[in-house]
Write a protein that binds this ligand. Structure first.
Ligand SMILES: Nc1nc2c(ncn2[C@@H]2O[C@H](COP(=O)(O)OP(=O)(O)OP(=O)(O)O)[C@@H](O)[C@H]2O)c(=O)[nH]1
Ligand SMILES: [Mg+2]
Length: 280
């Protein structure tokens, strides 16, 4: 069964964002480094139009470095890859924004107009780290942050420095995911609420993709030998925690979402290119 989550607050947020998009010079578009394709949102593309954009791949610490590197080398846009908690976010974002704005600043300079403060709006799918990024830029807690989708519900503007002002925004999805994998990837990265999908389907997809990297760790954690027998795996996951058996799939889902096995990239550039992009 496919994944779907497009609640009313997102439709409202899209309207709010569209009504204030003229206020900003450029967009900081956050995507999840584990799913650079699945977290690229067609609704956001439409909102951005031809405004300058800096793509920020967040949560680089949760993705596999070689796969992230491959993605970055295939981007045409300006891109920064961040662990939003640890990296020098302020410097990297300001430099990225200056690079994205350079063609406009050069045009202005030729006409004798000095570059003024850059106004940027942060956009992205839910739970990708937009508010965490804004808090790091502001050097203080200006927005609530939590590891679940749909935390931010309103736009919020913060002055970062004399060179940069940013607006944080609610996470956006789109009404229908064209491929079932997109929904699974967003669910595994906690960008979709659980009510939007069948947990068993998402967990089976997740485990099957983790096996090539973490087979032994998965077998050890749930004390199983056959990773094709999901009923047994779910039962073991539940009984090892002393929980009712029907909680098994949810327990495994939470383990995957909390990346207990280690870093994971759910989509490689080559997979996306051959499976999705070349078919269009
Ligand atoms: N490991 C890791 N966690 C991160 C990173 N950036 C953000 N997070 C975590 O991701 C979770 C979601 O962060 P938020 O900043 O609330 O995400 P958001 O995009 O504002 O989410 P919505 O407001 O729901 O759209 C929090 O638990 C953050 O601590 C990162 O680079 N690495
Ligand atoms: Mg937020």
């Amino acid at each position: 069964m496919s994944v779907q989550w497009f609640p009313g607050h997102m439709t409202k947020a899209i309207r709010q964002i569209q009504s204030r998009i003229q206020e900003v010079d450029m967009i900081i578009e956050c995507r999840d480094a584990r799913i650079p394709f699945s977290s690229s949102n067609p609704v956001i593309d439409e909102i951005i139009g031809n405004k300058p954009r800096l793509i920020v791949l967040t949560k680089r610490d949760l993705a596999l470095n070689n796969i992230t590197d491959d993605w970055v080398s295939n981007f045409n846009d300006q891109v920064e890859v961040l662990n939003v908690h640890k990296d020098n976010v302020k410097r990297k974002i300001l430099n990225g924004c200056l690079r994205a704005m350079k063609p406009k600043h050069d045009r202005d300079l030729r006409r004798g107009i000095k570059p003024r403060m850059i106004r940027a709006m942060i956009l992205g799918v839910p739970n990708v780290g937009k508010s965490t990024l804004m808090n790091r830029l502001a050097n203080k807690k200006v927005a609530d942050v939590s590891n679940r989708p749909g935390v931010t519900r309103a736009l919020k503007k913060v002055k970062v420095s004399d060179q940069l002002e940013v607006i944080d925004s609610p996470g956006l999805l789109w009404p229908r995911f064209e491929q079932v994998e997109i929904g699974y990837h967003l669910a595994l990265c906690l960008s979709v609420k659980e009510s939007g999908y069948q947990i068993d389907d998402v967990v089976k997809y997740g485990i099957n993709h983790l096996v090539p990297y973490y087979e032994n760790l998965i077998k050890e954690r749930y004390q199983v030998t056959d990773l094709n027998d999901f009923e047994n795996l779910f039962n073991k996951a539940a009984s090892l925690r002393g929980q009712p058996l029907d909680r098994g799939a949810f327990i495994v889902l939470t383990d995957i979402q909390n990346h207990v096995f280690g870093p994971m990239s759910w989509e490689t550039y080559d997979f996306v290119r051959t499976t999705f992009l070349e078919k269009e």
